[in-house]
Design a protein around this ligand. Structure first.
Ligand SMILES: Nc1ncnc2c1ncn2[C@@H]1O[C@H](COP(=O)(O)OP(=O)(O)OP(=O)(O)O)[C@@H](O)[C@H]1O
Length: 305
């Protein structure tokens, strides 16, 4: 359904003295219909940038994104709009999507109005059905965002995302601003909707337990690259970084081997990006590491077997 090939994205900041940050690098990814892929990795590893590349909010420096064989990268905005109903982003913060001056009913109706495909009566009936689908009642419709709880707001965002019958939801830390009990509820709502509508889902999260619970396949990112990808990633990690990430959750007292934000390899170093922190490194790790198939798992580490 959605396929990304060799994606790379570089942020440039500063006016006089510009700095460049490669946030995503060499990312290949395929999401099948109805499949949930969880993307995990520490803060700053490039998860949100990848999400924005998938939903075409950012254009890659190189690489391509396809939806059902149609290349989205480089497509004119006019043509792209037709596809963007099919791929919807659920962001961490509802404020990124909902206008504080609008009732939530208007926000949910907006994509249907913009599509110009429905009459006023149709839109009203569809909005009612969308509110019901995410477990909100008619009483919530005339309220403004500040009059709803965090969990209710995130359900409004989901209702809006479903308006144009998407085939893929990209959930970028969609529950991380909510308290734990509400998080579980929103994840359950998303999974139920996914099953009913047979949606593909990319689920980006810091929470490894949730990632394991919701996903068919896990994908671990480090320093902008995928370091490991496969079905049992969270049960039987093969990459030293995935093991460190899981250990950091299991043994809170363990001395962590996660890097400080912004910590970089020496200029010109093209080996494993995890080299400096890896407890298992050898001189071989100074060579560029390719994603290799290890018994059906893709791992960017020559030692994995
Ligand atoms: N607009 C920007 N300008 C410059 N650098 C940016 C910008 N947005 C993100 N970055 C940098 O790109 C890298 C990847 O950021 P990104 O937000 O994709 O990471 P993330 O894994 O989603 O982090 P988090 O889990 O904290 O949201 C980080 O080093 C970040 O500082």
């Amino acid at each position: 359904m959605l396929k990304a090939e060799n994606l790379r994205y570089v942020y440039t900041s500063g006016l006089i003295k510009t700095t460049k940050k490669t946030a995503v690098c060499s990312v290949d990814l395929e999401i099948l219909p109805g499949e949930t892929v969880a993307i995990v990795g520490e803060s700053g590893c490039g998860k949100s940038t990848l999400a924005k590349l998938l939903v075409q909010q950012l254009s890659p420096a190189s690489g391509e994104v396809f939806f059902d064989e149609t290349k989205l990268t480089g497509m004119s905005w006019k043509k792209l709009r037709k596809f963007m109903g099919k791929i919807q982003l659920i962001p961490q913060n509802p404020a990124d999507v909902l206008d504080p001056r609008w009732t939530v009913e208007r926000s949910v109706a907006e994509p249907l109005v913009i599509s110009r495909a429905f009459s006023r009566e149709d839109i009203s009936a569809k909005v009612d059905a969308l509110f019901a689908e995410v477990g909100l009642s008619a009483e919530h419709k005339p309220r403004y965002p500040h009059e709803l709880s965090g969990g209710e707001l995130q359900r409004v965002v989901i209702a809006r995302a479903l308006a144009l019958k998407p085939e893929l939801l990209v959930c970028d830390e969609a529950t991380s601003m909510l308290d734990v009990s509400v998080q579980a509820f929103i994840v359950a709502v998303l999974k139920e909707i996914q099953k009913k509508r047979e949606l593909g889902m990319v689920f980006i999260t810091h929470d490894l337990e949730t990632a394991k619970a919701v996903s068919d396949r896990g994908l671990v990112m480090y320093a902008g690259e995928i370091v490991e990808e496969g079905k049992d990633v969270f049960d039987q990690p093969l990459h030293p970084y995935t093991r460190a990430l899981l250990d950091a959750v299991r043994y809170v007292s363990l001395e962590l081997v996660l890097p400080e934000e912004g910590e970089a390899q020496p200029a010109g170093f093209s080996g494993c990006p995890y080299f400096r922190l890896c407890r298992e490194r050898t001189d071989m790790c100074k060579e560029p590491q390719k994603l290799r198939d290890v018994s059906g798992r893709l791992v960017r580490c020559w030692k994995a077997k």
